[in-house]
Design a protein around this ligand. Sequence first.
Ligand SMILES: *[C@@H]1O[C@H](CO)[C@@H](O)[C@H](O)[C@H]1NC(C)=O
Ligand SMILES: *[C@@H]1O[C@H](CO)[C@@H](O)[C@H](O)[C@H]1NC(C)=O
Ligand SMILES: *[C@@H]1O[C@H](CO)[C@@H](O)[C@H](O)[C@H]1NC(C)=O
Ligand SMILES: *[C@@H]1O[C@H](CO)[C@@H](O)[C@H](O)[C@H]1NC(C)=O
Ligand SMILES: *[C@@H]1O[C@H](CO)[C@@H](O)[C@H](O)[C@H]1NC(C)=O
Ligand SMILES: *[C@@H]1O[C@H](CO)[C@@H](O)[C@H](O)[C@H]1NC(C)=O
Length: 451
Amino acid sequence: MEFRFPRTCTLFSSVSLYFLLLPFHSFSQISLPPSPAPEAAGLGPLAVFSVLSFGAVGDGVTDDTPALKMAWDTACQAESATLLIPHRYSFMIQSAIFAGPSTNEVCILLSLFIVEKIDGTLMPPDGPDSWPKSNNRRQWLVFYRVNGMSMQGGGLIDGRGEKWWNLPCKPHKGVNGTTLPGPCDSPVAIRFFMSSNLTVQGLKIKNSPQFHFRFDGCRDVHIDSLYIKAPSQSPNTDGIHIENTNNVKIYNSVVSNGDDCVSIGAGCYNVDIRNITCGPSHGISIGSLGIRNTRACVSNITVSDAVVKNSDNGVRIKTWQGGSGSVSKVTFNNIRMENVKNPIIIDQYYCLTKGCPNQTSSLHISDILYANIKGTYDIRSRPLHLACSDTVPCTNLTFSEVELLPAKGNFLLDPFCWNAYGDLRTLTIPPVSCLSEGIPQSIPENYVDQC
Ligand SMILES: *[C@@H]1O[C@H](CO)[C@@H](O)[C@H](O)[C@H]1NC(C)=O
Ligand SMILES: *[C@@H]1O[C@H](CO)[C@@H](O)[C@H](O)[C@H]1NC(C)=O
Ligand SMILES: *[C@@H]1O[C@H](CO)[C@@H](O)[C@H](O)[C@H]1NC(C)=O
Ligand SMILES: *[C@@H]1O[C@H](CO)[C@@H](O)[C@H](O)[C@H]1NC(C)=O
Ligand SMILES: *[C@@H]1O[C@H](CO)[C@@H](O)[C@H](O)[C@H]1NC(C)=O
Ligand SMILES: *[C@@H]1O[C@H](CO)[C@@H](O)[C@H](O)[C@H]1NC(C)=O
């Protein structure tokens, strides 16, 4: 992976940077940096760096990447700064990496703030043919080694994903609904990499070519009030994906898209998800984990007060055959399901093709609490599907106040369990009589989950 370091950012430590999209008129008097600015949105006195001051045109066609980069680099030299992406303009930005200073004391605030009409917009080139050959096709805007950054406001990020979703390599997009070989990389819209103390708040983002947000190798991440939207048929458009990231709060957000609403990958712990509305989507997922015999550890995840509607899955844990590690201490509490195909699902046989052979090594899934999960399911599949590994059973699955009824029709498929151990704290609807009680005899004696 190649990373470009803005020289200013690596030369200066103790920098604070704010990245802001505000109604232009409230700042029209602001000229070149580093002029101290009025109090921006209650953020205290900040130097404001508008991309317009650096030559950005904002007509949606001109390449404004050099202006944005210059604004970023300049803002990096200030004690604290706001980078402003003003209202009523559309900025076309190429794939770019914004690196912070390498110290931990940096404070960066990216603030997108639009008052009424959503017409101030950040967007990438339109589709793979417009993407410069030399640019990375797997990511669009990357924030690398930034600490204390906040990206907030009500601006719109438009990922212009449609042409990427229609690449012949994407499911059913080839001739006559086939899937053809060929380059398939598509950019994640916003990626935070090896960063900490991040706040992302109030943004609207739509139609990412791939994941909308991806956090990897980050810690102390606070996400609030995001609005994420893509068509239900758009492939791999996960709303918020985290991996190797810990101390995460994801609150008060609304996601409708074509893949997981929130996905939690390997190496995540201490994650609190609250008041999320998902759907249509593929639900809230832990996984997939353990691909190509990798080790994955995920623990202390709480999902509460969520609504999942018209989705393929509700709350899901998915692992590939052959991995190692564990998923433990997960609570799904107070979740309303509306017309969801698999409201509660554990799938330790996750496979995207038909040919994933069973293997003996497996992740261990344990200490999972499903509490107060109520609502309706789509009768085309089972309300509960607990397919645990043959060799390493799931243990200590607890069900309390689970009540799932058919959304329509009354064809009832029974819950499915395979090697699933745990307890029913209350009676459930439908009854989960297939759950094995107590502790399995069959866990391999020397089994260590290595987490
Ligand atoms: C986190 O960032 C905020 C600014 O967004 C800053 O005020 C705060 O001091 C930072 N906290 C730590 C622990 O670095
Ligand atoms: C697509 O389907 C049509 C109608 O079935 C058929 O005539 C045509 O040959 C197919 N094209 C390819 C490339 O398979
Ligand atoms: C839940 O999130 C929605 C969407 O952001 C918000 O409108 C609502 O006020 C939140 N509810 C609570 C109790 O915070
Ligand atoms: C679990 O995560 C929460 C944050 O979501 C944190 O407050 C708590 O301390 C963590 N528990 C443990 C045992 O680390
Ligand atoms: C893998 O194991 C499961 C559970 O024992 C079984 O249902 C499935 O048929 C097996 N798959 C293959 C490909 O052998
Ligand atoms: C089983 O899981 C619950 C949470 O779901 C936890 O409180 C309890 O301590 C676990 N039991 C054991 C024996 O680990």
